[in-house]
Design a binder for this molecule. Structure first.
Ligand code: FES
Ligand code: FES
Length: 158
């Protein structure tokens, strides 16, 4: 099919089987390799992208399902205060090690903090519950996101 959708704010069209996984189309056809594959079964969250603003596992989405919709990947999170804070604090706290989970966590965290800027530490854990990390033990990720949330509210250093 001639698939048309908005990708990171730009109208995109490509000939692709509607049955291919969105994850593969993003990585292989569109060279957006920030989106990672972990489990390939909808369990780990590494492949998370936003479709019409909702977090979805791109390994479970058929390309044809995004026809006419808006897709945002980790590459398209932009340079707003929240996105910048999430990126910088994940790095500065050491909340990223092998990095496979990191893009999915960044996507979910930016979406979560844009919607719930006052999210508590416990709430941040809930919001990121679908993102599995085998390396960090989560503590440093939550530390980073708590700091990013404060910065997003204008409470921390910019
Ligand atoms: S790769 Fe999609 S949820 Fe794990
Ligand atoms: S940093 Fe390796 S899976 Fe999270």
């Amino acid at each position: 099919m001639n698939l048309r959708f908005s990708l990171n704010g730009e109208q995109t069209a490509l000939d692709v089987s509607p049955w291919r996984r969105l994850l593969d189309v993003l990585r292989e056809d569109l060279a957006l390799t920030g989106t990672k594959e972990g489990c390939g079964e909808g369990e780990c969250g590494a492949c998370t992208v936003l479709v019409d603003g909702e977090a979805v596992c791109s390994c479970l989405v058929a390309a044809g399902q995004v026809e006419g919709r808006e897709v945002r990947t980790v590459e398209g999170l932009g340079d707003g205060a929240v996105a910048r804070a999430v990126r910088e604090e994940l790095v500065s706290f050491g909340g990223t090690q092998c990095g496979i989970c990191t893009p999915g966590i960044a996507v979910c965290a930016v979406r979560a903090l844009e919607r719930e800027p006052d999210a508590s530490r416990d709430r941040l854990r809930e919001l990121l519950a679908g993102n599995i990390c085998r390396c960090t033990g989560y503590q440093l990720i939550v530390d980073a996101l708590e700091c990013a949330a404060a910065r997003g509210r204008g409470e921390g250093a910019e």
